[in-house]
Design a protein around this ligand. Structure first.
Ligand SMILES: Cc1cc2nc3c(=O)[nH]c(=O)nc-3n(C[C@H](O)[C@H](O)[C@H](O)COP(=O)(O)OP(=O)(O)OC[C@H]3O[C@@H](n4cnc5c(N)ncnc54)[C@H](O)[C@@H]3O)c2cc1C
Length: 439
């Protein structure tokens, strides 16, 4: 058996996880099991793939295996922006090639509509709201990014509104930013509540095992997945475990596990809400990709998300949390001098899979092994739609979106260590330094 050399082990401090409704995790697997279909990873991609496989193969059992508890991993740790628009940070105007951008927009809209339908039909309580997003800037560099993105949106024919700094407090309370570009299509969610709800509304022919990290694998006519308490032997395997897919022997050195950090305040009091002003629910993403994401949540907390670290094994470093909480505090105080005594209840980290060329993988990895991997930081919509379409493709369906995904060159290879860590750390350090006041 080949060893899976690293498995997920997220920190236990994620606010979204603790504040979403408690649920009874499904039992871990133990003993021997045979299955026709097994999916690894119950984030957006794996949950969507499992649901769609179950619909495509209604008479078959679909096994879904998750290392941790559903809602505890990255899918429940993100900032909760289910974004419609393409956001190609490699392109000068964030839109890049028009044909690619149109297909990306179609994919993201489909991802949103799949999620919206499931949330509505199963009454998942995840504070899902179509509130749009503000992309906000404070520095000259940030304002130039907004200009470029505006040109990109014109090219793509997508609506937006420019809001100047003096009007922004009516929207988001703070007078910190100089300008924002508001786009109406983003949906905001409580991410951990969403994934818990997705897991609890899976079709009956999905068997979900939680707290079952797969630690060994053997490929052959049948694929054997080993873990501490048993084995699952499967005909076909779908990898939906993002950068951990590399630990199963595929796409080596293509997906970079980059950790992001977020903090959530205590709920604002009525007086604090009045002092802050603005709308009661909103989300801001930074003009500079290294800047801060900020949200006012449905329960009147403020979320700050900024700072990065590169942890090649995909596992968090506990000692980073205190340092990042201090950075979040500085970012909070810059934006909210009107809220002097509002402390953070939670600070946590989560990893995403980035590739150098901003491409993900979709398709077949080896005989009987398929994957939808590397969401490049936009996994809520992207993971949902790629998981869904992978299940369709496996079932023999074709569409222009499936062809588009299959035609991707996939994530490209990064240099070997120690050059990889040196290069990524230098890029992160320089990017965060350049972001300046945007963070
Ligand atoms: C702080 C932060 C903010 C973010 N903000 C946003 C945002 O606003 N909008 C957005 O779209 N995205 C955002 N992201 C990124 C988003 O969370 C990811 O892109 C998304 O979770 C990817 O979904 P996924 O299902 O492909 O992978 P994941 O969510 O990573 O799920 C993969 C699952 O596989 C499991 N797994 C891995 N290895 C094994 C194994 N050996 N055995 C069993 N199970 C295994 C893991 O435990 C995990 O649950 C953010 C991420 C972070 C960390």
């Amino acid at each position: 058996m080949q060893k899976v050399t690293s498995t997920p082990a997220d920190d236990s401090a994620c606010g979204w996880y603790h504040l979403s409704g408690p649920r009874q995790p499904r039992p871990a697997h133990s003993g021997m099991k045979k299955a026709r279909w097994t999916i690894i990873g119950a984030g957006y991609t794996g949950l969507a793939a499992a649901r769609q496989m179950a619909l495509n193969f209604p008479d078959e059992e679909i096994v879904l295996v998750e290392a941790q508890e559903v809602g505890f991993g990255t899918a429940g740790r993100n900032a909760g922006f289910a974004i419609d628009l393409p956001h190609d940070i490699g392109a000068e105007d964030y839109i890049g090639d028009l044909e690619t951008a149109r297909s990306t927009l179609k994919l993201n809209l489909l991802g949103q509509s799949v999620l919206r339908d499931i949330v509505q039909s199963n009454r998942i309580d995840c504070a899902m709201r179509a509130s749009g997003k503000y992309q906000a800037a404070v520095t000259r560099r940030g304002l130039a990014v907004l200009d470029a993105y505006r040109r990109g949106l014109d090219k793509l024919g997508q609506p937006y509104e420019i809001i100047e700094g003096d009007s922004l407090p009516e929207h988001i309370g703070t007078a910190f930013y100089k300008r924002a570009l508001y786009t109406p299509g983003t949906i905001l969610v409580q991410p951990s509540a969403l994934v818990k709800g997705l897991a609890d509304s899976l079709p009956e022919n999905v068997t979900l095992f939680e707290r079952t990290p797969i630690t060994e694998v053997e490929y052959g006519e049948k694929i054997v997945l080993g873990h501490a308490n048993g084995r699952i032997t499967t005909d076909k395997l779908v990898l939906a475990n993002n950068a951990f897919g590399m630990r199963f022997g595929f796409l080596g050195r293509t997906m970079l596990p980059v950790f992001l950090y977020a903090s959530l305040t205590r709920p604002l009091t009525k007086d604090e809400q009045a002092a802050l002003g603005g709308k009661s629910f909103w989300g801001v993403i930074p003009a500079d990709p290294f800047g801060s994401t900020v949200r006012r949540t449905h329960d009147n907390r403020i979320l700050i998300r900024n700072s990065f670290s590169f942890n090649p094994d995909g596992r968090p470093k506990q000692h980073n949390l205190g340092r990042m909480a201090k950075r979040h505090r500085v970012s909070f105080e810059r934006r909210f001098p009107k809220l002097p005594n509002v402390g953070f209840d939670y600070t946590w980290s989560g990893s995403l899979a980035l590739s150098q060329n901003h491409q993900g993988f979709f398709g077949q990895l080896a005989p009987g092994v398929y994957g939808a991997l590397c969401c490049n930081g936009l996994g809520i919509t992207r993971g949902t739609v790629t998981g869904t379409l992978l299940a369709d493709w496996i079932a023999g369906k074709r569409s222009d979106l499936i062809d588009f995904l299959l035609s991707s060159s996939g994530p490209n290879k990064a240099p070997p260590e120690p050059f990889l860590s040196l290069g990524v750390n230098a890029t992160l350090w320089w990017g965060q330094r350049k972001a300046g006041l945007e963070s």
